[in-house]
Design a protein around this ligand. Structure first.
Ligand code: URA
Length: 295
């Protein structure tokens, strides 16, 4: 890809991250652009995926769609699940249906039986990965909707993004069981993660985010990045070739706010998110740069 089309691709991805679905072009520009970045016909054939696409306004013809490609991730193919379907949405729906009846997880008495899949846009450039659903998530069937979820949503907003435009998933699709469970939650064990991890890897393979954020050491471990958050955070790792930032889990932020140095923890997460924004080419204001500075 030429430098010009790289720049164009980055610009369109930034616009998409900011919620724009259309770009206006001057007459004649479309012809030049389609000559630069239009997909080969074979890829456009029978059912073009809607991901990372921008329709020029006014849309002259189907061939005028600008499809933005990202390199395929290098996730070990053996860990990926085969899903039926033509479009991205169909494939994700098939994957979700497969998770509902996934014997390796459902046969484990240590996991509860309600499957909580993922939420957000299949077109997302940014994907967050947590560890496992908790009580609130199990009740509502959506990841990150409890107190930690509200914290995550606030982080996404602070980045200038919307929750519905990123993709949020978990390593483990079932809530880990406990004696006298009540509203108690626990981390999934290595075995529980192993039973579920093909799902999140297949989601990554289908969605092809440009950047992944692993929330906490358990999520990082599930993605094959072992270590402590303290040791891993602040730099990019790789999930099958996709830049992956490891940062503190939002629950840790909540705990630190109560009992520790809340500002220090928030600043660390925010520094990681600034790096993610830079990697995605998102605009960063002076105000955003200054969030959570120690006084
Ligand atoms: N914590 C997680 O890791 N995932 C959720 O979905 C909720 C809380």
């Amino acid at each position: 890809m030429s430098a010009a089309s790289q720049l164009l691709k980055q610009h369109l991805q930034q616009r998409q991250m900011l919620g724009k679905t259309h770009v206006s072009l001057r007459p004649g520009t479309m012809d030049r652009l389609t000559g630069v970045v239009r997909e080969p016909a074979a890829r456009a054939a029978p059912a073009p995926e809607p991901s990372r696409s921008f329709a020029a306004a006014p849309a002259p013809a189907p061939a005028a769609r600008i499809l933005i490609e990202t390199p395929p991730p290098e996730t070990k193919k053996t860990q990926l699940l085969e899903v039926a379907g033509e479009t991205l949405e169909e494939k994700l729906a098939a994957l979700r249906a497969m998770a509902e009846t996934w014997e390796p997880a459902l046969s484990m008495s240590s996991l509860r039986k309600t499957m909580v899949f993922a939420v957000g846009s299949p077109l997302a450039s940014l994907m967050f990965v947590g560890e496992a659903p908790g009580a609130e998530e199990e009740k509502l069937g959506e990841p990150f909707v409890g107190p930690a979820g509200q914290k995550l949503t606030a982080i996404i907003k602070a980045m200038g993004l919307e929750r519905r435009r990123v993709y949020i998933s978990n390593i483990c699709k079932f809530r880990p069981a406990m004696d006298n469970q009540g509203s108690g939650n626990r981390k999934p064990t290595a075995e529980e993660m192993r039973a579920c991890v093909p799902f999140v890897l297949t989601e990554i393979d289908l969605i092809k985010p440009l950047v992944i954020v692993a929330l906490g050491a358990t999520a990082a471990e599930g993605l094959g990045i072992p270590g402590t958050v303290g040791g891993l955070r602040g730099k990019f790792h790789s999930t099958g070739g996709i830049p992956t930032m490891v940062t503190y889990h939002p629950s840790y932020l909540l705990r630190e706010e109560q009992t520790g140095d809340g500002i220090r923890a928030k600043r660390a997460v925010w520094e990681d998110m600034l790096k993610v924004m830079e990697k995605l080419g998102l605009p960063i204001s002076e105000k955003q740069r200054g969030y959570f500075q120690a006084k």
